[in-house]
Design a protein around this ligand. Structure first.
Ligand code: SF4
Length: 423
């Protein structure tokens, strides 16, 4: 079947040329990275939106999850959250809705000008009534529907198989399973005493994705739900599964990335990123977290950004926004704004490591120089969130320095000494 991966083996498709221009990279190198599965370009041909490349040679991207739940189901709120995410720097959106008219909400989110992802098993469970009643026919028909609607990437928990489940039972964890999709698959497999159809019918799944040119985001259903669970076996078995499946997906001409790895102690992040990359032949890595402590609810966006920045330093490519409401409630618009900004900062720190200029990125240098000159206008124009910075600076009036040290401004004092020396 004709797919982007296969096209990239023999030439440079137009979409790759356009993305290379956007990313400021070399189109030939980018096409080679797509062919080798090191970059994905989520772009379902059924829809048009701005281009986004994820992986080697691309900037770190940020995804924002939105979506209703059974407890709070307001389509207009989700659209407002999607717009807020985009205005604060999100590169992609995922619609994780589980309440209300799911196809209608999805189609509204698909009107946004970015790649959109979904988790089809959520809708399958809603349609069946409960997870144990989801059979392979239902699951695959929902997957096909999402592809047909124009969804660009699908989270598919293919690695939650009988081996991973056996590891979960033989090496128990405090939090057992915290991934919603992971839990649904565990319930399906246990309730029906069958293998996960996304694992046992993986080749058929890849045929569907290849037909619609949809990216497989191989989900981390066994991700640890607290840092105490980080080194237990289920996650490791899932890594092995995902690595093998990633290679099979590429052989089938399907673009794919790997999701991982939940909650991790900060010192284990580098090892986890490297092992996933090694097992998957450097597939793009999409991070949920990692959250590096479990005792800061309300600030989990910060906890996740710390883990995300460290993970990017070791090679992660794509950060999923965590909002201040994580582990507490369905996020509202303000939570989305705050979480997206913090994730954007973590992504920028990742870019400082992976860009050719490194930390000598011109924008960073210009900011330091503007600070030295106490050039506030230039500082706000260079800042990631300049309007916000300006609001804080001006709350004590429009000062030459800032109100932190005021007339004892160290920068001003030393600058004047240097100026005198030079005159
Ligand atoms: S007043 Fe203090 S904090 Fe503000 S710019 Fe000068 S040295 Fe920096």
């Amino acid at each position: 079947m004709h797919t982007l991966v296969r096209e990239c083996f023999t030439g440079i498709p137009e979409i790759v040329e356009s993305l290379a221009r956007k990313e400021g990279g070399n189109a030939r190198k980018l096409a080679s990275a797509v062919a080798r599965g090191r970059v994905v370009i989520p772009a379902n041909p059924a829809r048009e939106h701005r281009l986004c490349g994820i992986g080697e040679g691309c900037t770190v991207k940020v995804n924002v999850n939105i979506g209703t739940s059974g407890e709070r189901c307001d389509e207009s709120l989700e659209v407002a959250k999607a717009k807020t995410a985009l205005s604060n720097g999100a590169d992609t959106l995922m619609d994780l809705s589980t309440g209300g008219d799911l196809p209608s909400i999805r189609r509204k989110i698909l009107e946004m000008d970015v790649p959109v992802g979904t988790v089809p098993v959520y809708e399958a469970v809603r349609r069946a009534g409960n997870a144990a009643d989801v059979d392979s026919d239902l699951l695959f028909s929902v997957i096909r529907e999402h592809c047909r609607d124009g969804v660009d990437f699908l989270t598919l928990h293919c690695g939650v198989n009988k081996d991973a489940l056996a590891a979960l039972y033989s090496d128990p964890r405090i939090m057992s399973v915290v991934s919603r999709g992971g839990a649904f698959h565990v319930a399906m497999m246990s309730g029906r005493d069958e293998e996960n159809p996304l694992f046992s019918e993986f080749d058929y799944l890849m045929e569907i994705l290849a037909e619609y040119e949809v990216v497989a985001s191989l989900g981390d259903g066994m991700r640890p739900g607290c840092i105490q669970d980080a080194d237990r076996h289920a996650k490791t078995v899932e890594y092995l599964n995902l690595g093998r499946l990633a290679n099979r997906a590429l052989d089938a001409g399907v673009q794919r990335m790997i999701e991982g790895p939940g909650h991790l102690p900060i010192e284990q992040i580098g090892y986890n990123v490297r092992i996933i990359k090694e097992l998957s032949n450097d597939a793009p890595l999409y991070l949920l977290g990692p959250l590096v402590t479990d005792i800061a609810p309300g600030y989990d966006h910060v906890v996740s950004a710390i883990g995300g920045a460290v993970a990017c330093m070791h090679g992660a490519d794509f950060l999923c926004m965590v909002s201040p409401s994580e582990h507490l409630a369905l996020p509202l618009t303000d939570d989305i704004a705050e979480g997206t900004r913090v994730a954007r900062i973590a992504a920028h720190i990742g870019d400082l490591v992976r860009s050719p200029d490194g930390f000598r990125m011109p924008r960073e240098i210009r900011m330091a120089e503007a600070r030295k000159r106490l050039d506030w206008k230039e500082q706000f124009s260079l800042a990631l969130f300049g309007e916000y910075a300006q609001k804080i600076h001006e709350r004590d009036g429009e000062l030459d320095t800032c109100s932190m040290c005021g007339d004892l401004c160290a920068v001003k004092m030393v600058r004047e000494i240097f100026e005198k020396r030079e005159s």
